[in-house]
Design a protein around this ligand. Structure first.
Ligand SMILES: [Zn+2]
Length: 432
């Protein structure tokens, strides 16, 4: 296995240091100019002005395999992940067949191992077929080779309070977590976008904030009642942030994520009727965006999760009403976070490492990811050039789909290199 010397990198945005990677681990760290003289066999990476972070961890990725290989595969999705700086992703269960048995989660797990660019941790469905009626084989999925710890019916809400309670009770046995897609189904029947001024003007069926907030309020109370662990997926409203802040103040074991698109985009974009902006939960208002940024900065929201949701053009390039919901995220997440959180002064790079690596790894109970950059730790790392700028070109993305809402937009930052256990998956900004 090769040895790499990253020279002059700002570790977590701090002072410049040289970091030696050998045998899959961080072997040595020294202040630049003090020690670390490279041997002949060492490959040197000049990281002047670049930021070194732990490899990013995504709690919420749709890899679409098995079943929708026309949209994405584990192979193409993990290419996108590596290019985005990720070393681990959680693959959501709403595949075809649904990942509700040990057999399906093991299949996804194995595909991730074969692709080799990024660790793929399958998320298990909470209920059989995501139908919300009967608990899936949570224990068997946990005991499988995939060792599932995160369970979610994402795409659908576990709306039945008794089923949700049983799931929360069940996962306690193995320190698992239920990741809820909070959407009260009756309040969102036929909903097309955020309910508010813009939906009124456009005459589109609205999706009220209360449909998300009511489920989160119920679930934090249920979690406290049974003493379990809840993770709230893609929080999108100011009220949701308030409820989670309150639940945390009580000491309840509740965590939450926000997507990059909910940190940047608003429902004003729907005026274009361009289905690239159709997403679940919907884009909200500028006031919601501000509250989400504040919640992420103060730690109420634990993690940025992409909700990377590839769709082929026949499902997206059509009339708004029939278009599929979702947008790509893996290759643009870090740039959006730099733009909305770092360049605005709301968060520093150590904060980015915490919200995009350390905390998501802890929520997923992943070993070896989200670790400090220290001697002896696994070399799961990403090197970022924060001064670079790039224009998003959908045809250049590694994802099999092209449904990015950032096409033509200039974003700050560039992933220069990604290391998975000491092996570069990306080098010079390209797949290794
Ligand atoms: Zn969802």
């Amino acid at each position: 296995m090769s040895t790499y010397l990253i020279k002059n990198a700002k570790v977590l945005g701090g002072a410049a240091q040289d970091v030696l990677i050998s045998d899959g681990r961080i072997a040595e760290i020294a202040e630049t100019g003090h020690g670390l003289e490279p041997a002949d066999a060492v490959q040197i990476i000049d990281a002047e002005g670049h930021i070194l972070l732990p490899g990013l961890v995504d709690l919420h990725t749709h890899l679409r395999e098995p079943g929708r290989e026309d949209a994405e595969t584990v192979e193409t999705g993990t290419r996108a992940a590596a290019l985005g700086g990720y070393t681990a992703v959680h693959a959501m269960a709403n595949t075809d067949p649904v990942a509700d048995t040990a057999g399906v989660v093991e299949q996804v797990w194995r595909l991730g191992q074969e692709a080799g660019r990024c660790d793929v941790h399958p998320v298990g469905a909470v209920t059989v077929g995501l139908n919300g009626e009967r608990l899936a084989e949570l224990g068997a999925m946990h005991d499988s080779a995939a060792n599932v710890k995160v369970f979610s019916d994402d795409g659908k809400c576990v709306h039945d309070a008794v089923i949700m309670r049983r799931a929360l009770e069940y996962v306690k046995a193995f320190d698992g977590v239920v990741a809820q897609h909070a959407q009260e189904p009756r309040l969102t029947e036929g909903a097309q976008m955020n309910e508010g001024t813009v939906s009124g003007v456009l005459g589109l069926r609205g999706w009220p904030a209360v449909a998300e907030e009511a489920i989160i309020a119920r679930d934090v109370l249920l979690t406290a009642h049974v003493g379990s662990r809840l993770h709230v997926c893609h929080v999108s409203t100011a009220g949701s942030v308030e409820i989670i802040r309150w639940a945390k103040s009580k000491g309840w074991d509740v965590t939450a994520e926000v997507t990059p698109h909910h940190l940047l985009l608003t429902d004003e974009l729907v005026r274009s009727y361009d289905p690239v902006y159709k997403v679940n939960p919907p884009l909200r208002t500028a006031a919601d965006v501000a509250a989400l940024r504040e919640g992420l900065a103060d730690g109420t929201i634990d993690a940025v999760a992409t909700d990377h949701a590839p769709h082929p053009s026949e499902d997206k390039d059509c009339e708004w009403a029939v278009a599929a919901m979702g947008m790509l995220g893996l290759e643009t997440a870090l740039g959006i976070v730099q733009q909305t959180m770092v360049d605005t002064g709301l968060m520093d790079w150590a904060g980015v490492a915490d919200r995009m690596s350390a905390r998501p790894a802890r929520i997923g109970r992943l070993d070896g990811h989200g670790r400090p950059i220290a001697v002896g730790e696994p070399a799961n790392l990403v090197l970022v050039d924060p001064a670079a700028r790039r224009t998003v070109e959908p045809s250049e993305l590694a994802s099999r789909s092209a449904n990015t809402p950032y096409a033509g937009m200039e974003l700050p930052g560039r992933v220069v290199a990604t290391f998975l256990r000491g092996v570069p998956t990306v080098i010079d900004g390209k797949l290794a």
